[in-house]
Design a protein around this ligand. Structure first.
Ligand code: 13P
Length: 265
């Protein structure tokens, strides 16, 4: 039985003051949660949030990292720096950070968000840097609308999963949290139907099984992300291959995020 893991990805939202207000409301609402709860604030609020949640059942995560330890990498944050702020988790390969072919897609639209040019190679470097520093990566994978319409969902998701895990040992892979986030469902209000989300989470699990065998595949946690809300969380979280949720917009509202956390089976 895998524990449900609910992570809130706050993206580029909030000040330290708004984070404090959000957490002040959230903490009592989820005090008895059976799920593991992670919040991933913007980096400028990490220290403040870390202090506020220090004695609670909420863990801290970063939204991204750079794979080098230090040096002339303007604007970047290393795994060691996230650890220094009390992070235990870090998101890697979010679709908003990926760019197919390493650059923003030529058919860039508001629903295809690929601002930072991450490739399968850089996602893998980030994931390995996280693991090497005892940070648990939340590896995001997911197809664009065009990839889905072309019938390539399963091959894209399997390929991203395997590429993210390149040169990762079975011992480390079992720690990785996967997040299936169909790009077309992110921030659009268009949730993936629960049966289909469950099926594609199964594709991720099968890809893990092909690399490491069924024991590792059955042990890893796979979240669904993309327009998760209180009114669809119970159905999604009840699915056998969905072990949690990576929540964007709804994680900025204490009542909504708490309802999702408390929807864990
Ligand atoms: P939304 O919940 O706002 O669709 O965002 C999902 C997401 O991208 C979480 O990482």
């Amino acid at each position: 039985m895998r524990q449900t893991i609910i992570a809130g990805n706050w993206k580029m939202n909030g000040t330290r003051a708004s984070a404090e207000a959000l957490l002040g409301e959230l903490i009592p609402l989820i005090a008895n949660a059976s799920a593991k709860v992670i919040v991933c604030p913007t980096s400028t609020a990490l220290e403040t949030v870390g202090d506020i949640i220090a004695d609670t059942n909420i863990a801290l995560g970063g939204q991204d990292l750079f794979w080098k330890a230090k040096g002339a990498y303007t604007g970047q944050i290393s795994a060691g720096m996230l650890l220094d702020l009390g992070c235990e988790y870090v998101i890697v390969g979010h679709s908003e950070c990926r760019g197919r072919f390493g650059v923003p897609e030529p058919d860039f639209t508001p629903t295809i968000l690929a601002y930072f040019g991450d490739s399968d190679t850089t996602v893998n470097l980030k994931l390995r840097a996280a693991l090497a520093n005892n940070l648990i990566p939340i590896l995001c994978v997911g197809e664009t609308l065009q990839e889905r319409q072309a019938g390539n969902t399963d091959s894209v998701v399997a390929a991203q999963t395997k590429a993210g895990l390149a040169e990762v040992s079975a011992e480390d892979a079992v720690e990785v949290i996967f997040a299936y986030e169909p790009v077309w469902a992110i921030g659009t209000g268009e949730v993936c139907a629960s049966d289909e989300a469950d099926r594609v989470c199964g594709v991720v699990r099968s890809a893990v099984a092909e690399l490491y065998g069924s024991e590792v595949a059955e042990a890893v946690h796979i979240q669904y992300g993309g327009s998760v809300k209180p009114d669809n969380a119970i159905e999604l979280l009840a699915k056998p291959n969905i072990d949690g949720a990576l929540v964007g917009g709804a994680s900025l509202k204490a009542q909504d995020f708490a309802a999702i956390v408390n929807a864990a089976p």
